[in-house]
Design a protein around this ligand. Structure first.
Ligand SMILES: [Zn+2]
Length: 409
């Protein structure tokens, strides 16, 4: 491995820039970028671009969508991406935080703040790992893209669809920096957001026999959905799929009327062997349960929800809220190469595991079929939690890992 000869220089560069890296992380934490509560990533994207511009990246730019990229050119065709999303969720109930979510307090080598774990820590490590790589005398084999991705917390992978379809880049491998406990993650369950729209016929509630009541049809469907949760597929590594009815909207002119329509919302977590088509087929099965009782009065359609929020640059693109399951086999070269690098750099007992939550890997691997792997400096349990935290030393060590992955992959 080239890493062995390059690592002393990488580690020295990283050690010399340790304080700057952590200050950069604290700066990012101070910038509100919670897309789940309507904030955008303009300020943080520009802050990251400015940081990249301090170093020897061959190219630094913000694309039309609003993602930020720093590129180190390699000696051969093809590119490796180190990917981090730059939005966060909202801080939630402020009273549950003992630290200011935007202060980036450090106590005993633990840094607290919104996005500290999910996943501005990885963005800081990737920018500094990329900068360490750019400072070396030798070039990586492939182009290395350090990418800050938008809107992951509201539709993971949406922004990667833009990059893959519109950017002039031949991505061969993607490393996602979501919390991995400094281990290597090779997949996760997928998910799909769906709705069933029911049409009825509204009438005065004093004479309900004149109309068709879609609420009764919805009731039979929801009951069947509850049963379907016991019938999902299972997988020994990723676990079982789940299905849950999560919302019911009724279109009615009054509480004294039979409603004109109803919409049932469904959250489907998908494991190996399940996809958008099987999720639709299940909901058709649930509609069948209503038809068995109410016959031809049932008028229902199944649809996958879509996502189309404009980005901070005003770019508009629609994507389906279908996030496929993905898994790389343990003996896949990317799994083994990543393991070898992480093992070499960290000299710890590195495990190969899975994520509990969904990441943009659902698009890069699940849709675009670009081999994707996970390594990140934080712990899953701190994501979306009050007093979100990351270990400062792990952020610094991850810089060396990302530099080595850029060089080696
Ligand atoms: Zn995340």
């Amino acid at each position: 491995m080239r890493v062995q000869s390059a690592q002393p220089a990488i580690d020295e560069w990283v050690e010399n820039h340790r304080e700057d890296c952590i200050e950069f992380l604290r700066d990012m934490i101070a910038i509100p970028s919670a897309t789940t509560v309507g904030e955008d990533e303009e300020e943080i994207a520009k802050r990251i671009e400015a940081e990249m511009n301090k170093f020897d990246f061959d190219e630094v730019r913000i694309d039309d969508f609003g993602n930020v990229h720093g590129v180190i050119e390699g000696t051969e065709d093809g590119a490796v991406m180190l990917n981090s999303h730059i939005d966060t969720v909202g801080f939630g109930d402020r009273s549950q935080w003992t630290h200011d979510p935007y202060a980036g307090d450090i106590e005993d080598s633990t840094l607290y703040g919104l996005g500290a774990a999910d996943m501005l820590c990885a963005m800081a490590s990737m920018v500094y790992g990329g900068a360490a790589l750019a400072s070396l005398d030798e070039r990586p084999t492939h182009d290395v893209w350090i990418t800050g991705e938008l809107m992951e917390e509201v539709s993971e992978g949406h922004a990667m669809q833009y990059v893959v379809e519109n950017e002039d880049v031949d991505l061969e491998r993607v490393v996602i920096g979501e919390a991995s406990e400094m281990n290597v993650k090779r997949g996760h369950r997928g998910r799909c957001e769906l709705k069933i729209e029911l049409d009825g016929a509204s009438c005065h509630a004093s004479a309900p026999e004149r109309g068709i009541n879609p609420l009764y049809h919805a009731s039979a469907i929801v009951e069947r959905i509850e049963e379907l949760n016991e019938e999902t597929a299972d997988h020994d590594f990723l676990g079982a799929g789940t299905i849950a009815a999560t919302n019911l909207e009724v279109d009615t002119p009054s509480n004294n009327a039979v409603p004109a329509g109803a919409t049932i919302y469904v959250d489907r977590r998908l494991t190996i062997g399940e996809d958008e088509a099987t999720a639709h087929a299940e909901l058709e099965d649930a509609i069948g349960a209503a038809e068995a009782i109410y016959g031809e009065d049932v008028s229902a359609t199944v649809e996958t929800l879509t996502f189309d929020r404009p980005t901070w640059t005003g770019y508009e693109m629609e994507s389906k809220k279908y996030y496929p399951t993905w898994l790389l086999e343990e003996d896949h070269p990317l799994v083994q190469d990543t393991y070898d690098v992480v093992d070499e750099v960290l000299e710890t007992d590195v495990e190969i595991t899975k994520w509990t939550f969904s990441t943009s890997g659902n698009y890069t691997m699940g849709v675009a079929e670009i081999p994707t792997i996970g390594f990140g400096p934080s712990w899953e349990e701190f994501a979306h939690a009050a007093d979100e935290e990351v270990d400062v030393d792990n952020v610094v060590r991850a810089c060396s890992v990302y530099a080595a992955l850029g060089l080696e992959l």
